[in-house]
Write a protein that binds this ligand. Structure first.
Ligand code: FRU
Length: 539
């Protein structure tokens, strides 16, 4: 089926075929970025998981390598599940991962590069001490998985956390080790939140409050200079929630800055299709990078027909937002910009209330767009509406008109716009005069296919006084990633157009507000060249 061919991406990471899910053990070693991932070598559905492996100089162009680890030991015979890399003080690598035993227990295992002098790290050895951890007393044998990168303690030991649950309380257990052979479970949990269910794929890392560099996972200390981010992937709702707080290494507890903004309540990495993410510290460019699984939202039958399922989102640099001080910023790695070509720029395009404006750009499904908007000043001051409790998923999408929104872009649109993916801002000004700005992606018209999810994603985005509204959008055939206000709020969507594909995909601006004109003060659009994807000889 030719239509399905168009869904493969040109610059996102995906294996040549079959199923992929979580990112595993990302790291930088001897000049190469390594990426491992949950992979089913036998088909396009979640099953028989092992570790796929690829390397890159820039996380955009990839060389696919042989499987790093397969299910060949009693302690991982039913699955080589998610894990993380730790780089020790001497530069050597320890991989911690979850194995599914022959009795279906979740246990933790250790693996090492077989040949540390090989920059491609092709071969891996599993530790003779495996399994190094089994579920402790009180923890269900199937609620014990996804060890994080370890951080060092003042006495030279290493600690890492593993997500779990007790009844409906999500918890994070912490283990300490000197040698990755013997481990002690600490009495003190790192953190717990009632009613959040199983915590998968935990992450704990420091962010600097002042500079733009990332921090090594082991950095602790001065509370005036850093915060610690705690992230859990909530199995029940399939959302990656994070919170900002502080980590007390003496007591081994993480505490949220604001109990109302604890893990599982408010802050998400992404409001769309984005799960089981994992950060790592890139010592090559002193930045913290975030990888995430972006699953399909079509049917399993379609995936089987395509012969593949899932993408990884473009890796993002993660920083503390030192303007709002309430959230992280996430931004696509600069390396993706190497694919930009044929830039078009538009300035001061006026969008009257209720208008749609086609943009004179190449028709293509591979784009990088940066658009800035300004709402007419008078309207912003004049209009007052009842605070209707706007909420992207339930508030009528791109066609639900109100005084100050929606306005934004239509991507992957066909000529008649019977197919379109809308990425838009919506401002609500309550009777109290307070402004709230939302960023949403509306998939209700993204495809004529009937077996795909057509949700409306999105949430609130902080906007400071005198800031323009700004959104960056990466478009790559079947994925649309939106980053509002420099990455304060992000939305990743999977879309399956049937007509707005390849050379038929257009871009429009629109303003569906009833009470204001909007100016697109600047719109920059680049076509994106395809990335290079190669396979190791013999694959
Ligand atoms: C998250 C997850 C992990 C597990 C892995 C198995 O998507 O369920 O908890 O280790 O996927 O593939």
């Amino acid at each position: 089926n030719n239509m399905l061919v168009w869904q493969r991406t040109a610059f996102h990471f995906q294996p040549t075929k079959n199923w992929m899910n979580d990112p595993n053990g990302p790291l930088f070693y001897k000049g190469w970025y390594h990426f491992f991932y949950q992979y089913n070598p036998k088909g396009a559905v979640w099953d028989d998981l092992v570790w796929g492996h690829a390397v890159s100089k820039d996380m955009i162009n990839w060389l696919h390598l042989p499987l790093a680890m397969v299910a060949d030991k009693w302690y991982d015979i039913n699955g080589v599940w998610t894990g993380s890399a730790t780089i020790l003080k001497d530069g050597s690598i320890v991989m911690l991962y979850t194995g599914i035993t022959k009795e279906m227990y979740q246990v933790q295992n250790v693996a090492y590069p077989a040949d540390p002098s090989d920059p491609l790290l092709i071969n891996w050895v599993k530790s003779s001490a495996n399994p190094v951890l089994v579920p402790p007393a009180g923890i269900d044998m199937q609620d014990f998985r996804d060890p994080t990168t370890a951080w060092s303690t003042p006495n030279g030991n290493w600690r890492f956390t593993i997500g779990s649950k007790i009844n409906k309380t999500g918890i994070s257990l912490v283990y300490e080790t000197k040698d990755f052979v013997n481990f002690t479970l600490l009495d003190q949990w790192l953190h717990q939140v009632p009613d959040t269910g199983m915590w998968e794929c935990m992450d704990l890392y420091p962010v600097s409050l002042t500079d733009m560099n990332g921090l090594d996972t082991s950095v602790t200390g001065n509370a005036l200079a850093i915060k610690h981010v705690l992230k859990a992937s909530l199995q029940d709702v399939k959302v990656d929630y994070y919170a900002l707080g502080s980590y007390d290494i003496e007591k081994n507890v993480w505490t949220p800055d604001d109990p109302k903004l604890d893990v599982g309540s408010e802050l998400r990495y992404d409001y769309g299709k984005f799960y089981a993410s994992k950060t790592f510290y890139d010592q090559n460019k002193q930045r913290r990078l975030l990888w995430s699984w972006t699953g399909e939202s079509d049917s399993e039958d379609a995936d089987i027909m395509k012969g593949w399922a899932s993408l990884q989102a473009i890796p993002r640099v993660v920083l503390f937002d030192n303007k709002t001080k309430t959230n992280l910023l996430q931004w696509p790695v600069e390396e993706v910009e190497s694919l930009r070509s044929n830039k078009k720029e538009f300035n001061n395009l006026k969008l009257a209330a209720g208008s749609v404006l086609p943009l004179d750009v190449a028709k293509t499904a591979q784009l990088d767009i940066i658009a800035d908007f300004e709402v007419d000043k008078g309207a912003l001051e004049g209009v007052m509406e009842a605070d209707v409790g706007y909420n992207c998923p339930t508030s009528n999408g791109a066609s639900g008109r109100n005084a100050l929104g929606p306005f934004g872009l239509l991507v992957l649109a066909n000529d008649g716009r019977s197919e379109q993916t809308a990425v838009y801002f919506y401002i609500s000004k309550g009777k109290d005069g307070n402004l709230k700005t939302f960023i949403c992606t509306d998939l209700s018209r993204s495809s004529k296919a009937t077996d795909v999810s057509k949700e409306i994603y999105g949430g609130i985005v902080p906007v400071l006084d005198n800031e323009k509204l700004s959104v960056r959008i990466l478009v790559d055939h079947s994925i649309v990633e939106a980053f509002a206000q420099g990455g304060r709020t992000c939305i990743t969507s999977r879309v399956y157009p049937t007509e707005a594909i390849g050379g038929a995909a257009r871009v429009f601006l629109f303003n569906n507000a009833t009470g204001t004109g909007v100016t697109a003060t600047s719109v920059k659009i680049w076509e994106m060249e395809p990335a290079m994807m190669k396979s190791y000889p013999g694959l």
